[in-house]
Write a new protein. Structure first.
Length: 116
């Protein structure tokens, strides 16, 4: 989602909470998971609450699934995931050289990470 909407702290938080939509988050968890500072989060967390993107329960924040914004963001994220899957599938469909058993053994004999 950051590729399309940018690398803004707000986008990072939305992307993060939509990756774990059923989890409750503390401010610290939101900041760390979104890879932003608490001070950055403090600048807009109240806006997220005011616009209904998140709901605060005690000292934890949860995604507001009734929010039209959240529904739209989730739809965008889902479409981007589908596009990435299609992109990865097209890479798998490319032709690759197949190795025979002797070529594989020769390759692995030079490999220091394999236990033989």
């Amino acid at each position: 989602m950051k590729d399309i909407l940018g690398n803004h702290p707000q986008v990072k938080v939305i992307d993060y909470v939509l990756s774990c939509p059923f989890q409750e988050f503390t401010k610290q968890q939101l900041a760390v998971g979104s890879e932003i500072s608490i001070s950055s989060l403090d600048r807009f967390i109240d806006d997220f609450l005011e616009y209904g993107l998140l709901i605060k329960s005690n000292s934890k924040y949860v995604v507001n699934f009734k929010s039209e914004f959240i529904k739209d963001f989730f739809s965008i994220k889902s479409k981007l995931v589908k596009l990435e899957i299609q992109k990865q599938e097209s890479l798998v469909e490319e032709d690759y050289d197949e190795l025979n058993d002797m070529e594989i053994d020769e390759f692995l004999s030079g490999c220091t990470c394999c236990i033989r």
